[in-house]
Design a protein around this ligand. Structure first.
Ligand code: PHE
Length: 440
């Protein structure tokens, strides 16, 4: 089985596939709506283009320099103590998958529902209660979650070229086209323009450190940083590819899809009067209402939910791949065994997350049910801390090896590299620590 991506576009699309997912299309729209719209977006762009880009390049370089997953990379360029730090990102990927596959399961359920023509509707109360009925039904929630996990496992079993790359190459371009078509329809609904303005007009009046922490968490989450995904994919990148340019593409595409995700979901929510009150159900409630106002809405509904599913899947495969790589590199498993064991563990975590809206809604940890708790500790604590550890390690313990990866052919890029080292080694750890401490 081949262990590199076959081409640079294949690598870029797969890494963008990891980054672009529920973060852009599900999380970003409702978080931006809850945290003041344009201001949230602007800070998100700022963080993505500075810390995000620098960290993504170095994570990828770490993978390519060592040809290993994050634990192996920390061990071979650092030492045993550093290697212990790398357990944190692997654990993060594992926990994220616990709640990610629940939302992936909702997408799968909506694909099935749209195929039966049961998703589209104009009546908002009905759409909301349909969504609530799905998430509050314990059997359904667990079954769809397990279905999504099984799909993820099937792709990862296929390996890099025949699994992850093949899927991303075909489906990511389709995602862009479909989003554009749906946006045009959504923003022309009466009342939708107010949503566009809300999303794009920066209003910093309610902005706090808590908001900054939320943006930071989302930036890490949506760019797949701080948990070894980009290290793992970097390990499969051919030596001759220009690494910072590839990372630039991935960040730019992710920003673009967040913008598109916002424009897709938020304006119709305004048109429908859900406005700024909606939470995690936003995508699943406002989209079916747009379809109701479109000719051929039933078909668009199928397409949309298939693509949401695909976006989720191209991300969840990278989460599983991080854990699979850990099993292969650290525990000596074969790919198949690693996939089976990691998926079984993720299923065990996914069950309480799936039941958070029904049987286990009263079981809380620091006031949050399992689903919210997993989301909160990973995005707001584990990803940023994993990011600091990776940044410090890269800039101060193995920069020499990484710089060799970040150069391209005979260009020395000394200024670019100095800038990146300052961002990764000084700005990122300081800024992330301050935001973490103030926002907590
Ligand atoms: N970036 C993915 C998304 O936005 C989620 C993810 C996080 C995937 C971390 C891999 C690693 O949906």
């Amino acid at each position: 089985m081949s262990t590199t991506f076959s081409s640079r576009p294949g690598f870029i699309l797969s890494s963008a596939g990891s980054a672009i997912g529920l973060g852009c299309i599900w999380k970003f729209p409702y978080m931006a709506t809850q945290h003041g719209g344009g201001a949230f977006f602007l800070v998100y762009i700022g963080l993505a283009l500075t810390l995000g880009l620098a960290l993504m390049s170095t994570e990828m370089a770490l993978g390519r320099a060592t040809g290993q997953g994050i634990c192996g990379a920390f061990r071979s360029l650092g030492n045993r103590r550093w290697q212990a730090w790398a357990y944190l990102p692997v654990a993060t990927a594992f926990i994220i998958m616990g709640f990610y596959c629940v939302v992936g399961g909702w997408s799968l359920a909506y694909v099935a529902g749209s195929l039966r023509g049961e998703v589209v509707g104009k009546d908002l109360t009905l759409l909301t209660s349909r969504f609530n009925a799905l998430i509050a039904n314990p059997g359904m929630a667990v079954m769809w979650m397990a279905g999504f996990l099984a799909l993820t496992a099937a792709v990862v079993l296929g390996g890099i070229q025949r699994g992850i790359e093949l899927m991303s190459r075909w489906l990511m371009p389709l995602l862009f086209v479909l989003m554009l078509v749906l946006i045009v329809r959504g923003v022309t609904l009466p009342g939708a323009w107010e949503g566009v303005q809300f999303l794009l007009r920066p209003d910093f009046s309610g902005f706090s450190f808590g908001t900054l922490l939320a943006v930071l968490g989302l930036a890490f989450f949506s760019l797949s940083l701080g948990m070894g995904a980009m290290v793992t994919y970097g390990a499969y990148l051919k030596p001759e590819s220009d690494l910072p340019a590839s990372a630039g593409w991935v960040v730019a595409l992710t920003l673009l899809v967040c913008l598109l995700g916002g424009l897709l979901v938020v304006p119709p929510a305004f048109a429908l009067g859900i406005g700024t009150q909606a939470g995690p159900g936003l995508t699943f409630i406002s989209m079916p209402a747009i379809f109701a106002s479109m000719a051929g809405g039933e078909i668009f509904a199928v397409l949309f939910f298939v693509l949401l599913l695909v976006a989720a899947l191209t991300s969840s495969v990278s989460l599983l791949e991080v854990c699979v790589r850990f099993g292969i590199d650290e525990l000596g498993f074969g790919r198949r065994k690693a996939v089976l064991i990691a998926s079984a563990g993720m299923f065990a975590l996914g069950v309480p997350a799936a039941l958070s809206f029904s049987l286990m809604s009263d079981m809380t940890l620091s006031g949050r049910h399992a689903f919210d708790f997993m989301d909160h500790i990973t995005s707001n604590i584990m990803l940023p801390v994993g990011g600091i550890a990776t940044a410090v390690f890269c800039a101060w313990f193995c920069w020499h090896d990484l710089a060799a990866q970040l150069r391209h052919q005979d260009r020395s890029r000394s200024r670019l590299l100095l800038g990146a080292r300052i961002v990764v080694g000084i700005v990122a750890p300081l800024a992330i620590s301050v935001i973490l401490l103030q926002g907590a």
